[in-house]
Structure formats: C-alpha cells, structure tokens
Design a protein around this ligand. Sequence first.
Ligand code: NAD
Ligand code: UGA
Length: 464
Amino acid sequence: MKITKICCIGAGYVGGPTMSVIASQCPEIQVTVVDLSKERIDLWNHSDLDKLPVYEPGLKELVEKTRGKNLFFSTEIDKAIDEAEMIFISVNTPTKTYGKGKGQAADLKNIELCARNIAKVAKTNKIVVEKSTLPVRTASAIKSILDNTGNGVDFEILSNPEFLAEGTAIDDLLNADRVLIGGAETEKGQTAKDALAGIYQHWLPKDRILQTNVWSSELSKLVANAFLAQRVSSINSISALCEKTDANVAEVSRAIGYDSRIGAKFLNSSVGFGGSCFQKDILNLVYIAQSYGLQEVADYWEQVIIMNDYQKRRFAENIVTTLYNTVSGKKIVFYGWAFKKDTNDTRESAAIYVADALLDEKAEIVIYDPKVPESQVYEDLDYLGTRSPEENRRLLKVVNDPLKASEEAHAIAILTEWDEFKNYDWKIIYDKMLKPAFVFDGRRLLEKDTMQEIGFEYYKIGQS
Ligand code: NAD
Ligand code: UGA
C-alpha cells in the first residue's frame, strides 16, 4: 500500500519536528499538520522562521525547505483527515487533574476527541497511528469509537510511539536507534504496519524498524521512559551520598558506565529530571500497575518520582542552609529555566520547583534563560498556584542580560546546562556579586578548581 497523503493531528513538540522530517525525507508524500490552536498554526506558518513555536536545532532549516511544498500547517482539521490515507494522532496526553486517577492517570480527552473527529469525517479507509504516548490498551478504546461511530469505513490502528528527546529531536529522528510499530496480527494489520514501515525506510535501515503487537508497543514507550528516568534518579540518589563521603559522582558515573552491561548514558547527576514526559509516563505506569492490583510494581516505579522530588528539594534546601539559613530579601540569580539545554520547553522543569521553594523563603529571584520568554516563566509559576500572580511578579524578575543580572547578587544557581554558561567570564560575574559570592551548580557545568580560584563559594551537585 502506497501512502501519498498524511495528516498529523497536533502541531506540538512531537508533531512539528516529526512531520518536518517525514516531509523532508519523503518528497512524494504530502504532509499536513493540523491543530485546534490557530495561534500555534500561525506561528508554524510565520515568515520569520525564528518565530516557530518549537525551538530545535536544525528544525527551521527543514521547515524552510519543505513548507508550502509538501509540508503544510493548517487549522482545517476535517479537510486534512478526509484527504489523508494515514492519520497520526500526536496530541498532548497530560496527567489527569480531575476525577478518577487524578494526579496519576493519563488524560485521554484529546485522544478521544481526535478519534471521534476521524470517525465523523472519514469517508475512505484510514490507517490511524497513535504517535502520542498512551496507556497500554488505548488502541482498543480508539478502535471501539471508530468502529461504532464511523461511516462504514475500515480503520486500522497502529501504535508508533515517538522516542525523540527535545533539544536533539531532528538528529534523533534522522538517526533513530529504532522505530517501533505495533499493529494487529492480521493480514490487514500487517499491510498497515508495512505501509508505515515504508515511510521510515526512506531514511532508516530495515533492521531498525521493529514490529510488535499493539500492546507491546504501547507499553514499551512507557517502559523506555521509566527506565531512562530510573537511571537519572539512581545516580541522583548516589549524588547525595557522594556529598557526604567525599566521593565524586562524576567519577562514580564514569566508573560504573564503563561496564558495558551498565553503559555510560543517562548517568549525569543533576538537580532533577524535568520535561513533559518522564514524570507523566511513570505516574501513568504506576496507575496502570495499581489498576491491575500490582501494588509492588506500582511502588517500585513510584520511587523514581519520589527520588526526583527529593533531589529538587535538596538543591533548594542546600541554597537556604548555605546562605546562613535565610534567603529572605536575598538576590538569587537563576541561569536557565528550560528543563534541559537547546529547547524552549519548560514543562516540569526543575527550575520551577526550586524557584517555588525559594520564593516560599522570600528570596528575590532573577531569571535568565536564552530561549524562554518572561511570559512562560510567570505562566509556569502561576500554574502552581502557590502564591498570587502579583506576588510572583513582585518577587521574581526575568531579564535578558545574564551579566547585568549578577550585579549585587548573593548567589547564582545553574538550573539548565546551556553551553553559553560555560563560556561566560566568571571573573567579571564574581566582581559584580556581593561577597561571599555563591554559585550552586545544579548541572555540574563548571570546574570546581577554576571557580574556587576566582574566589567563589562553589557548590556542585554530587561533590563535597
Ligand atoms: P504539545 O502539547 O507540544 O502538542 C500537542 C498539540 O496538540 C497542541 O498544539 C494542542 O493544541 C494539540 N491538540 C490537542 N488536542 C487536539 C485536538 N483534539 N485536535 C487538534 N489538535 C489538538 O505535546 P507534545 O510534546 O508534542 O506531545 C504529544 C504527545 O507525544 C504526548 O503524548 C507526549 O507524551 C508524546 N511525546 C512527547 C515527546 C516530547 O519530547 N515532547 C517525545 C515523545 C513522545
Ligand atoms: C525523554 C526521552 O529521552 C525520549 O526518548 C522520549 O521520547 C521523551 O522523553 C518523551 O517521551 O517525551 P526528553 O524529556 O525530551 O526525552 O529529554 P531527556 O534528554 O530524556 O531529558 C529528560 C530530563 O532528564 C532533563 O531534565 C535532563 O536534564 C535530565 N537528565 C537526562 C539528567 O538529569 N541526567 C541525564 O543523564 C540525562
């Protein structure tokens, strides 16, 4: 089966980059990315490519090459569904904030809306691809909606979870370790899986495209994120022990990572993992395990989140303790607000929680991040609902000049590992700050000896 037209519902961090790559690698396929948000679609169509709603290295070049040729961004959802043979669902699936499963289960409201919309509009057979991360067995719910409200057309549901990481999305897509395609173990299911595999085979070798049943594919996505996050929490737990014992967490990571059975990746100790998915997906896994009566399994994975919360709290508490047990009225500058470097995404960023804890202590916080706008910082804080929006704006300021920010500061905290922070002239920063001048490095970005030679009181996570 040859695919000529694709529709992707959801023009976010996954839909945008994924479809840009497909469009650039498959010039004969017309790709239309649709979204309910007119604002987002307008930004994807903006003539100034620096205004795209997602910042990813290499993305704007791909959009420039394909937009208006075989890549389109539109709010005409029904039209795009109608025309496409294959429809990717790439909408957000956040943690539920209400009702049963509140705080744990995935909110599938958007997914269901998409399924109902496809059922309403489709007049020809469609392959529907779950690109969003979903609880295991969601495909059966989608299938039931499509089969019961459709216009007698045939729907084949595939699970094709996305494994890209933000900041490296384009490279991850172009050089994926693997692509996972789950589908029904029937003749029609196989035809659909092969059609999707055919798209990826434009640029990836066949042996990196894994085919499984739908449930294994859905579950593997949650498990992959849980394993990755578990490594970060494991090394972060050891960072606390290192600080008590004069061991150095970087040396421990290196020593264990050399064991090919353990491997070196995802062993960088930090102020805690953030991002829209690790926490959400683990909470979802916990919820699913609980709902099947597997309490021990649920408890095991929940510990990954508990450790991550501890790490963020520990970092904030260390700042307070080190600054003579009070930060009230003290100026603390944050370098970085995004949840990792090379992205403008701030969802679940550790910086939000560290700021919240320090604001509770009446610190005066100044934020500098090269890619995150002021409005986003306030939105993140206001969302927590800890204090009034007015108080957040009174106690916390967002600036564009990192060096000026350091004037008369009591401390600088590094919350994101942006490369530019390494290249600053830290002597100039030191001269501008109040003395003793403290730096709390939550990303292990700077060299302890150099910082101490300049005169800083320098604290690096995982090192005494
Ligand atoms: P996002 O919030 O950036 O984008 C989702 C988009 O879907 C939004 O623009 C929203 O307006 C749109 N949308 C929601 N409901 C809609 C509907 N009914 N019709 C049309 N548009 C609708 O989310 P994201 O980060 O792209 O994540 C999408 C999914 O991919 C999630 O399930 C997530 O877990 C998963 N995922 C994300 C990443 C990542 O790095 N962000 C990586 C892998 C998987
Ligand atoms: C993660 C996974 O890596 C992707 O495979 C997955 O597709 C994605 O989640 C998703 O499902 O959304 P992402 O969250 O974009 O990608 O970024 P990561 O590189 O995994 O980093 C997540 C967090 O962990 C960041 O805050 C990062 O700073 C932190 N981290 C990562 C560490 O603290 N130490 C490490 O060694 C690695």
